[in-house]
Every structure is written in structure tokens, then in C-alpha cells.
Design a protein around this ligand. Structure first.
Ligand SMILES: Cc1cc2nc3c(=O)[nH]c(=O)nc-3n(C[C@H](O)[C@H](O)[C@H](O)COP(=O)(O)OP(=O)(O)OC[C@H]3O[C@@H](n4cnc5c(N)ncnc54)[C@H](O)[C@@H]3O)c2cc1C
Length: 328
């Protein structure tokens, strides 16, 4: 995308009032605190605004990138040259009607878990400690304890690249372990309808407190990180154990590259010890996945997603060969 003219920027300002920002420091957004500057960031406040923006971009052949709270993203040090649409607190309404819950994509996930608990709705206890937005969680089919949010979703609303608002039932959303069609189809999730079962509030609260205590004990909290780096997919888990254990077996726990380090506390986390660059993290990911394949015959796929300056986004394991100068 070339530099937008003043009149183009004025048009965007009219389509997304109060939500147009320039030269945004991605390292200030990313939970890894890594990344250059984004030329243009848009923070819309409704599905209709997003639809209008997408129509405007489609007419000009521009494909924007969508992000939530960047808790699962490794931005390139060169930043982002395509427009970035960030869905967050200006789209965070929730309506609870018996077991049915409608929630906007920008709602903060731990806050959603608390609202469900207060309504006596059980089933989503496992998401109570996951940072990020509901849109990001649905796209990643995120969850913990080997569960995914997809199993509670009835319908997902999104806006496609042409600006059409779409609604899909869960059975066509491609939910599989940490996967959904939204990782590939470039649509922007605007909200979901979910369904939960009733459970006594005390039981829900007790389970959530246990989960949070367990996470506090196991996960590094003081250094910037993006959670689990590799997917603990059921097949690899059954054969080789969880990714953290695999990294330990390979003797790579504590391994450093520049400012990045495989966490000495939990080997499926990479922490920024200060001044880490995207390539430092990619180097560690490349070393680990390479050693796992060579020494154990195990395929490790990254859960964290790398964002290139042209807005393409994919599992960080797919980025490493190209960026580190090797052929696929
Ligand atoms: C400390 C820590 C612990 C974590 N623990 C867990 C865990 O237990 N389980 C787990 O599953 N994850 C975990 N994560 C990873 C992360 O929190 C989840 O993947 C989260 O759901 C991502 O949400 P986000 O809003 O930050 O999305 P982002 O990181 O901004 O984006 C992630 C992906 O979602 C897409 N996306 C975001 N919003 C939308 C939208 N509205 N429409 C379409 N696509 C969208 C992006 O394009 C990108 O592909 C953890 C992360 C951290 C930092």
C-alpha cells in the first residue's frame, strides 16, 4: 500500500470516527513487546463500520490485517505497511439470555468468563486466565485444559473482504484443535452466539480459582511473552508428551538467542529478556522445531503467529525457513 492521500485519510476518518491512528508502535501492543511501527491503525466500533471500511479497502485492492490484543502475535521488526484493524473495547457488548450469550468480538476474555460465572453459566471456566479478545479466541479456537471455545459456539458473525456481514453456524467454522477457518479466510469476526449449561456459581468460582492458581505457578509472568509457543495437538501429545516436555528432552530449556530465551520456568514459553527482536524468537522456534523433527521425529507447529510487513500472517514455524535464509 502506498502512502494514503489526505483526502483518502479524511474518507477513512468519516467511516471510522475517532478510530484512525498513525505510526502506531506495535511493540507497545504486542505481549512480546516486539515489532516496528504500523503505518495505519483503525479501531472501529461496530460491524457496520467494519463493513464500510472493508468495502472502501476492497475498491482499492487493499487487504487489511485484523488483530485483537496481540497476545499471540510476533510482529516483524520492520512493522506493518498495510492497514491494521484492531477490534477491542469499543466493541465489547454482551447480552445473556438464559443459556444463550451474545458477545461482541472485542470483549476481554477473562471479563467474559467472569460475566458467565455471575450468570451461573458453566463450561467456559477454562478460558478464565486467557488474555486477549473473544475474536482472537474464536479465530484460534483457544482454550486450556485441552478444550477449545468452539465447542460452545452456536454462530459466528463476521465481515468478509468485500464488506458483507456473514453469519455461520459452528459446524461450518472448521473448529479443530487450535484451528478455525478464520485463520485463513481473512474475515473479521464481529461477534458470536454461544450456549452454556447452568452450574452453581460457587462451583464455577472454585474451579476458576484453581485454574488461575495453577497458571500463576506454572507460567512465567514477569517477562513479556505470548503464552504457549507450540500447539499441544492431540497426536503429538499422545506420542511425545506436551511441547514443553519435548523442548526439555531436547535440552533447549533456557536456550537464548539475542534478547529471547526459552523460559527456564516453562519450556513452551519464549520470553523477551529485554530488547528481543523478531528474528531472535524465530531463531529459537526454528532450532526447537528442527531438533524435534531430527531427534524425535516430532512435528511441532507454532500456535503463535508471525505478522509480516505486507500483512500476511501465519504460524511462526512457517516463517522461520524464509526469514532465516533457508529454503522450504
Ligand atoms: C500469558 C499468556 C497465556 C496464554 N494462554 C493461552 C491459553 O491457555 N490458551 C490459548 O488458547 N491461548 C493462550 N494464549 C494465547 C492468546 O491469549 C490467545 O490466542 C488469544 O485468544 C488471542 O487473542 P487476541 O485478541 O490477543 O488475538 P491476537 O493475538 O491479536 O490475534 C490472534 C489471531 O486471531 C486473529 N484475530 C484477532 N481478532 C480477530 C477478529 N476479531 N476476527 C478475526 N480474526 C481475529 C488475528 O488475525 C490472529 O490470527 C496466551 C497468551 C499469553 C500472553
Amino acid at each position: 500500500m502506498g502512502r494514503l492521500t489526505d483526502s483518502a485519510l479524511a474518507e477513512l476518518g468519516a467511516l471510522c470516527p475517532g478510530g484512525v491512528f498513525h505510526d502506531v508502535e506495535l511493540s507497545a501492543l504486542s505481549w512480546w513487546q516486539i515489532g516496528g511501527r504500523a503505518d495505519l491503525m483503525l479501531r472501529p466500533s461496530s460491524a457496520n463500520e467494519i463493513a464500510a471500511l472493508m468495502r472502501w479497502f476492497a475498491m482499492r485492492g487493499i487487504r487489511p490485517l485484523v488483530i485483537g490484543q496481540a497476545t499471540n502475535l510476533l510482529f516483524d521488526d520492520a512493522g506493518l505497511r498495510v492497514p491494521c484493524i484492531q477490534i477491542g473495547k469499543s466493541m465489547a457488548e454482551i447480552r445473556i439470555d438464559g443459556p444463550d450469550v451474545y458477545a461482541d468480538a472485542g470483549i476481554w476474555v477473562p471479563g467474559l468468563a467472569r460475566r458467565l460465572m455471575q450468570a451461573g453459566l458453566g463450561g467456559a471456566e477454562h478460558i478464565c486466565g486467557i488474555p486477549g479478545t473473544l475474536g482472537g479466541l474464536v479465530c484460534m479456537n483457544g482454550g486450556s485444559q485441552r478444550k477449545g471455545i468452539g465447542s460452545h459456539i452456536a454462530m459466528v458473525e463476521s465481515v468478509d473482504a468485500e464488506g458483507t456481514i456473514r453469519q455461520r453456524n459452528a459446524d461450518v467454522c472448521g473448529f479443530a484443535y487450535r484451528q478455525s477457518i478464520y485463520q485463513e479466510n481473512h474475515e473479521i469476526i464481529t461477534g458470536t452466539v454461544m450456549r452454556f449449561g447452568f452450574r452453581p456459581i460457587g462451583e464455577i468460582r472454585a474451579e476458576m480459582l484453581d485454574i488461575l492458581a495453577d497458571r500463576r505457578r506454572k507460567f512465567p509472568r514477569k517477562q513479556p511473552n505470548c503464552g504457549s509457543v507450540f500447539v499441544s495437538d492431540p497426536a503429538t501429545y499422545a506420542q511425545h508428551g506436551p511441547p514443553g516436555e519435548i523442548v526439555e528432552k531436547l535440552g533447549l530449556k533456557g536456550r537464548r538467542s539475542g534478547g529471547a530465551q526459552v523460559s527456564p520456568l516453562h519450556a513452551n514459553f519464549i520470553v523477551n529478556t529485554g530488547g528481543a527482536r523478531a528474528n531472535d524468537v524465530l531463531t529459537l522456534i526454528h532450532e526447537i522445531s528442527g531438533a524435534a523433527a531430527r531427534e524425535l521425529g516430532a512435528t511441532l507447529r507454532a500456535e503463535v503467529r508471525y505478522v509480516a510487513p505486507d500483512g500476511s500472517i501465519f504460524p511462526a514455524t512457517d516463517a522461520t525457513q524464509d526469514l532465516l535464509g533457508e529454503t522450504r
